[in-house]
Ligand binder design. Structure first.
Ligand SMILES: *[C@@H]1O[C@H](CO)[C@@H](O)[C@H](O)[C@H]1NC(C)=O
Ligand SMILES: *[C@@H]1O[C@H](CO)[C@@H](O)[C@H](O)[C@H]1NC(C)=O
Ligand SMILES: *[C@@H]1O[C@H](CO)[C@@H](O)[C@H](O)[C@H]1NC(C)=O
Ligand SMILES: *[C@@H]1O[C@H](CO)[C@@H](O)[C@H](O)[C@H]1NC(C)=O
Ligand SMILES: *[C@@H]1O[C@H](CO)[C@@H](O)[C@H](O)[C@H]1NC(C)=O
Ligand SMILES: *[C@@H]1O[C@H](CO)[C@@H](O)[C@H](O)[C@H]1NC(C)=O
Ligand SMILES: *[C@@H]1O[C@H](CO)[C@@H](O)[C@H](O)[C@H]1NC(C)=O
Ligand SMILES: *[C@@H]1O[C@H](CO)[C@@H](O)[C@H](O)[C@H]1NC(C)=O
Length: 745
């Protein structure tokens, strides 16, 4: 520590430090590197080979929403040769070039500099900025390495809701930066040393968090572009504020987004939908959104109802509204088949994605070859929106579910028309978009679908507001900055079992730590739940309980259920299994109704969470390390080791509005909710870890209080056993329930 401080001081004395500098340019043979101040306590670094690093597409706002910098193109005030040194600060971040190598420090209040990370160098290592260029195009492969401490922790990197991942601390992992169903990696991570790094690059590649080095690899890029920002160690809210200050903030949602959402695979005709609405009405159960799933269209790419099964969708939407007050949502897929009414126009105008070797077919689904609408093309976005308006919006169906648009091959690179790739010679197509290749720009594919709907809704509702919205889209994928849209991510097609349910907690808190707080999941999982078995019903109720304490769409019920009722003959995907709250047994229905009612009671509280998110980017679903790392070693060590007793709990929190507003740290007032879902079968109690409350909180009279019995358990730092019947998900709170229910927080 001393040694480090001395080294940093030495650095500071050798080179003059420029505050508010316009930036540095490094000239290094074929390579050009620009380092500029950007956002609060932040720096943006861009590099390219043989040309200026101007990014063709960017998830960064330029200028940023908050903080200095931006709007400066490629200006700089210091030019350095490849062996030169120089430095500047932006707020608390000091960037120092030492013999051509980049170092990032946090400038402390006492004037010392703490090294956060630097470009990785070793006598026998690859250069820290390593490119592979075949000179036929301007694109190249890039591999950027940064130093990391062996015991450093890394959080975020988007959503990995599959494949056995069950981690909050990503140290030691390799993350594949490729989107597919339930996998939404985002190249942004926070370090427990107090910095956040974001690669503003929508391509494929990897991030490797190895013992001494963190390496970002881009398969194909024309510009390497990253942002780094610092805050006091453990002030993750500040890092999120600074990150969303350059990538965007979530608008506040309309109230219906916060209530109960009903869906199933699938209501395949309009009288089924009306019957369901009627039943909600008769049972006096609140429902805020009813969703119509895929294949309500005749041909893929029609983006309209098949009149055979949906003769009067306008009447249906009106009736649903009258019976329940609920909004409706329809699914849209990006796939277009040759028989679609839109196929010829889309093909003619170049609005379909192609393969790199020509216009070849990309994929197949449900027995037909299909291609993807190219949402990265503005003309295609306009075309898509026009169809959505004509078919749905203008008749009272205002919300859209962007399913299957992960990019590449229908977001299912491991399946092709029901066959797994191990049975196919060519697993993946080389998709080519208007924006570039899948390898270089693929993560913009879902992002531009979100953009299309967001923009279309703004156009039609004449709303200029970027801080609130009237309608929503639901999406299976996104990219950095996707939070700026009225669009909400869910975790895709997950397995219906308890281990997948537990894993959803780490997927949710990780994507929340990546700037995407508006997150939910399929209650009960997607694959394999049998509605008519006790085990299936138990899993469903446990999962439903967790849904009460998720940011939105609380009881999103969507799924490929199994049951004793056979499929409808002659109807594509005519699964007839019920998936409504009354379908899981009478006793469970009583419990589920109570959970739904509780959610509606919590809406004022959840609204405050979303207002906070909009104002400052403050994370809603919070892993324990966010709020307790400073005071509780069990949380620090448990997070480091990805101990399930720590990482399968989360906080669902808003702090005192005023104290949050001025970002007092640590935030020490206001009610808080700790959620520890039951993720095991056949239990009636659960051991819960209650994090240690700091003295300043205890002095305010805060004490962990059991939600269902109001029994106080003290200041935490201990495991406790609590009863956990089906109707009593283990939840603890701080402060008063009156404040929670009134949203007075
Ligand atoms: C300066 O502040 C940093 C951060 O609080 C601390 O780690 C360091 O020990 C301090 N150094 C001195 C010389 O006070
Ligand atoms: C709608 O589905 C129900 C089965 O749930 C069936 O009885 C009815 O005939 C269907 N209506 C139409 C128009 O297909
Ligand atoms: C929204 O309106 C603008 C201005 O008329 C237009 O350029 C844009 O294409 C529209 N967006 C969509 C998605 O229709
Ligand atoms: C939306 O649909 C309505 C009804 O068909 C139409 O009047 C309006 O012009 C459409 N708007 C756009 C932008 O397509
Ligand atoms: C239904 O929601 C409304 C608010 O929209 C609320 O006032 C009412 O109490 C809820 N009913 C139940 C049974 O939860
Ligand atoms: C946490 O880990 C550190 C370092 O291994 C150790 O010194 C400390 O005792 C641990 N604390 C707890 C509460 O386990
Ligand atoms: C739960 O209990 C039931 C009935 O006792 C038993 O059949 C089932 O195997 C148990 N499940 C688990 C996961 O232990
Ligand atoms: C909770 O109960 C289990 C099972 O009886 C027991 O093994 C465990 O030690 C208990 N934990 C605490 C903190 O009392």
């Amino acid at each position: 520590m001393l040694l480090r401080a001395r080294l940093c001081l030495a650095v500071a004395t050798v080179f003059p430090t420029l505050a508010n500098a316009a930036g540095i340019r490094i000239i290094n043979g074929f390579e050009r590197v620009y380092i500029q101040p950007f956002g609060t306590n932040g720096v943006r670094v861009r590099s390219s080979l043989m040309r200026d690093p101007t990014a063709p597409s960017s998830a960064l706002y330029d200028p940023p929403i908050e903080g200095p910098g931006g709007n400066q193109g490629l200006s700089f005030d210091t030019e350095l040769g490849f062996q030169d040194s120089g430095q500047f600060t932006n707020g608390d971040l000091l960037v120092s070039v030492q013999s051509g190598r980049l170092f990032f420090y946090r400038r402390e209040a006492n004037g010392t500099d703490t090294l956060l990370t630097s470009e990785y160098a070793d006598t026998k290592a690859l250069p820290s900025r390593f490119y592979t260029h075949d000179f036929r195009t301007s694109s190249f492969q890039a591999s950027f390495s940064f130093t990391s401490d062996p015991d450093e922790q890394f959080y975020g990197v988007g959503q990995q809701a599959c494949c056995g991942d069950d981690s909050v601390n990503k140290k030691g992992q390799v993350i594949d930066l490729i989107n597919f169903n339930s996998q939404v990696p985002i190249p942004v991570y926070m370090s427990n040393k107090g910095y956040l790094q974001f690669f503003n690059m929508p391509g494929q590649g990897q991030i490797e968090f190895s013992t001494r080095r963190t390496r970002f690899v881009a398969s194909e890029a024309t510009v390497v572009d990253y942002f780094i920002t610092t805050a006091a160690p453990q002030d993750y809210d500040a890092l999120q504020q600074q990150y969303t200050g350059v990538t965007g903030r979530q608008p506040t949602p309309p109230d219906f987004v916060l209530g109960y959402q009903q869906s199933k695979l699938r209501y395949w005709n309009q009288s089924q939908v009306i019957d369901v609405a009627q039943r909600f009405h008769d049972e006096k159960v609140n429902v805020s959104l009813i969703i119509v799933d895929f294949f309500a269209w005749k041909y893929q790419g029609d983006w309209s109802f098949d009149p055979e099964f949906w003769p009067d969708p306008a009447g249906m939407a009106a009736q649903v509204k009258e019976l329940t007050g609920a909004e409706m949502m329809v699914s849209l897929w990006p796939s277009v088949e040759d028989l679609s009414v839109n196929y010829i126009s889309l093909q003619q105008e170049g609005m379909l994605a192609t393969t790199r070797d020509g216009t070849g077919v990309q994929d197949s689904f449900a027995g037909v070859y299909i291609r993807l609408v190219d949402s990265t093309n503005p003309a295609a976005r306009q075309f898509l929106w026009k169809r959505l308006n004509d078919s749905y919006f203008s008749i009272g169906i205002h919300n859209f579910w962007i399913d299957q648009a992960d990019g590449g091959s229908l977001g299912e690179p491991f399946l092709n028309n029901g066959q797994s790739i191990s049975a196919l010679p060519y697993a993946r197509t080389f998709t080519q978009y208007f924006s570039g290749t899948q390898e270089a720009t693929g993560k913009l594919y879902p992002w531009f679908h979100q953009a299309a709907i967001d923009e279309g809704l703004h156009n039609l509702t004449n709303s200029e507001s970027t801080t609130s919205c009237e309608y929503m889209s639901l999406t299976r994928s996104t990219f950095a900055g996707g939070q700026r849209y009225c669009s909400y991510l869910w975790s895709g097609d997950t397995s219906s079992d308890f281990s997948a349910m537990a894993q959803q907690i780490t997927a949710g808190v990780s994507v929340s730590a990546s700037g995407i707080s508006s997150w939910t999941l399929d209650i009960g999982g997607f694959n394999g739940l049998n509605v008519d078995t006790d085990a299936g019903r138990e899993l469903f109720v446990r999962w439903f309980a967790m849904g009460v304490f998720l940011p939105y769409g609380t009881h999103r019920l969507y799924s490929d259920r199994q049951c004793n009722i056979p499929e409808a003959a002659d109807v594509l995907f005519g699964n007839n299994c019920p998936n409504e709250p009354w379908a899981y047994g009478e006793e469970n229905f009583v419990i589920l109704k109570e959970y739904i009612a509780l959610r509606y009671q919590l809406i004022p509280y959840v609204k405050k969470l979303f207002q906070m998110l909009q104002a400052t980017g403050r994370t809603i679903m919070r892993p324990l390390y966010y709020d307790f790392s400073l005071f509780d070693d069990n949380v620090v060590n448990g997070t480091k080791a990805n101990d399930p007793s720590i990482i399968h709990e989360y906080m669902f929190v808003v702090c005192n509005w005023l104290s949050c507003d001025i970002l007092v740290f640590p935030h020490n007032t206001g009610p808080r909710i700790l959620v520890a879902p039951v993720t095991e079968a056949n239990v009636t109690s659960k051991e819960v870890y209650l994090p240690f409350l700091p003295d300043s909180w205890v002095e305010q009279g805060l004490s962990w209080t059991h939600w269902w019995t109001d029994v106080e358990f003290g200041h935490g730092g201990i495991f406790v056993n609590v009863s956990a019947e089906l109707g009593e998900i283990p939840v603890f709170y701080l402060g008063t329930k009156e404040d929670i229910f009134s949203g007075n927080v």
